[in-house]
Design a protein around this ligand. Structure first.
Ligand code: ZN
Length: 406
């Protein structure tokens, strides 16, 4: 075995659900292909960041890729911006943003401006804003989403969000989290930028047109997740593996991009439950002619769980399983299936419950567990690991791990 296919199904695991007879959606799903892989391979439980820690998707992925989040993570912004196509530079401060609707007292009426789709003219109108010597880039994301990058000297990401995260609340002023003068300056710039945006967008023809059609105007951008791009070793530097990423959603492409994976764009990969998983798997298998490691991300499981749709999540797991039929016969590839965190369909949030992890390949010491789910993972041969253990285990299975001692 020389190749690794790492499939991360976002928020795949869940808690037992009363309406499913106290099974999780993964336990309740019909998934013969995942079960075949489990039988051929070994399974276990993984706390992607640490025991008792509720991970965000960004830090969970970094941990699984073997990056120490205390060293390489300062906020979600740079990863999101990179996924939207911004070439984030060292020292940039990046944010995730939402086009939203506020009234004239800055009260949030709609956090997504009626899930506006057409934002290009608005972005063009605000993309020329410069404050002092700071250049501000605005990059369009999907729908109401946007990435904002502040570029210049003496900036710091230790500042609070302007997004109050709740409708009916008032837009927040960003403040420095410490007495640091760079953070104070950055927070001030963020507030000034936000005021300027409102002045430009509130009277923008596109918004006046929306008001006429009884649609909420996208007259503000709510900023959150400020982060600075820290110097990070590439995936190749760490593992000497040529790596690629197949994902629909921006954040995952951004993380992969920042660690130097090649992004393979697949038609039909939407980052939503309607995604074309077969097309993604086919693209992954094809890419092994050029790459040693392919990270394939599937977002739908998390989207459905965050909507509380446990039936939809179960059906979507069955859709993943049908697509995995393509890889079950491949014993030349080390196949890994796992999640970045548990998402509780009842609570509609990420939880700290460990995720199941499966490793299958022709030299794997099979543990004879025949079913891939949260409960069987307790019994599996892989035992219990944390995210930072996964890559060393895989590198060793390839026969490429360095020897400790002599
Ligand atoms: Zn996630």
């Amino acid at each position: 075995m020389e190749k690794i296919l790492l499939i991360i199904c976002d928020g795949l695991s869940d808690r037992p659900i009363k309406q499913l007879g106290y099974k999780t959606p993964l336990e309740a799903a019909f998934k013969p292909n995942l079960d075949k892989l489990a039988y051929r391979g070994m399974i276990g439980l993984m706390n992607t960041v640490d025991i008792g820690v509720r991970p965000g998707s960004d830090v969970a992925h970094l941990s699984i890729f073997g990056y120490d989040i205390n060293k390489y993570y300062s906020g979600r912004g740079p990863f999101e911006a990179s996924g939207y196509g911004v070439k984030v530079k060292s020292g940039d401060i990046a944010f995730r943003g939402n086009f939203a609707t506020v009234d004239n007292k800055m009260k949030i009426i709609d956090r997504r401006a009626g899930r506006i789709e057409e934002t290009k003219p608005l972005i063009l109108a605000i993309n020329k804003i410069k404050i002092n010597d700071i250049q501000i880039l605005v990059q369009q994301g999907v729908g109401h989403r946007v990435a904002i990058v502040f570029r210049g000297k003496n900036l710091d990401c230790k500042i609070s969000d302007t997004d109050p995260h709740l409708e009916g609340k008032t837009l927040l002023n960003s403040v420095a989290a410490s007495g640091n003068s760079d953070a104070e300056r950055t927070a001030m710039l963020v507030n000034e930028f936000t005021q300027k945006i409102y002045k430009i967008l509130n009277n923008h023809p596109l918004n006046l047109g929306r008001i006429k059609r009884n649609l909420p105007p996208a007259n503000i951008i709510l900023l959150r997740g400020a982060g600075k791009l820290l110097k990070i070793p590439s995936f190749y530097q760490k593992y000497h593996l040529r790596s690629a990423c197949i994902a629909g959603a921006g954040l995952y492409k951004g993380i992969a991009n920042i660690v130097g994976m090649k992004i393979i764009n697949v038609a039909g990969a939407t980052g939503k439950p309607d995604t074309d998983i077969v097309a993604k798997i086919k693209a992954a298998l094809k890419s092994f002619s050029k790459y040693d490691f392919v990270f394939l991300h599937i977002k739908g499981t998390d989207v459905l769980a965050e909507d509380g749709d446990y039936i939809g999540k179960k059906k979507f797991i069955e859709k993943i399983d049908r697509a995995l039929k393509l890889i079950v016969p491949r014993d030349d590839i080390l196949i890994v299936v796992t999640a970045d965190h548990t998402t509780s369909s009842r609570l509609k949030i990420h939880t700290a419950d460990p995720v199941p992890v499966l490793i299958a390949g022709d030299e794997i010491r099979s543990d004879f567990i025949k079913t891939f789910d949260e409960k069987n993972a307790y019994l599996g041969g892989l035992g219990r690991i944390t995210g930072n253990h996964l890559m060393p285990i895989l590198i060793d299975l390839l026969g490429r791990a360095p020897l400790k001692g002599a």
